[in-house]
Structures are given as structure tokens and as C-alpha cells.
Design a protein around this ligand. Sequence first.
Ligand SMILES: [Zn+2]
Length: 128
Amino acid sequence: MSSLPAERSPGDPRPRAERHGSEVTVAGWRCRDCAHPVTQPVLRCPACRGEVDETTFASEGEVWASTCLRVRVPGHEPPFAVAYVVLDGGPRVLVHTGVTPLAPGTRARVVDVTPDGDLVAEQIEEVV
Ligand SMILES: [Zn+2]
């Protein structure tokens, strides 16, 4: 098990991701009292101030929103698509999805982490 990437700059909003063989899991914290999921280091739950425990979240979830970016962003060649995916029982995370945005409601799975620490997800099911 290894954390990717090894070093993150302070204030980097991306969650930690860990690769286990071919599986990628998103790591974070969950409140002991209200189960609120958090991807950023916290001492107390931001929802209820309860104590939090480190945890990993499901790698699958549902697309909340997605778009294709056609502007230049450091480290990314446009066009590229990003989506917010609400992980099952977990937090909403920003993922890269290639060049095609995914429709809201689409099921997606985090399948990789780039060397820079971006989560990469693929569609696993069409919206019905
Ligand atoms: Zn809480």
C-alpha cells in the first residue's frame, strides 16, 4: 500500500488516494457521531464537532456534475473533462474523466491517481 503522491503542498484540496494493486481508494476521515465524511485533515467533525477516525471511502459513486474545460490549466492540456462524484457513503470528490463530461447520475469509479495527485474516474454504467 502506498499513498500517491508522496508529497502534497499545504492547502492542496485534493484527497489522498491509495493504490492497492489495481484498486484505488480515497482516504479521509469520518465522524464517530454523525458519520460525516471529510477528505481534508481535521481534528473535529466540521458538521457536529465530534471526534473523527481515519478511513477509506468507496471508489464508486454517482456523478453530481461534470464539464469539459477548454482553458489552459498548469499540468493539463485542454480540452479535458472533470466531474464531481459523490462516492457511495462518502464525500464528493473532483475527478478527471478524459475529454468527455459524464451526465449527472452516471455511475463512476475512481480507477487511477496521476503522479500529480489528480483522481481519474471512468463511467461504469449509463444513466437510465
Ligand atoms: Zn459529526
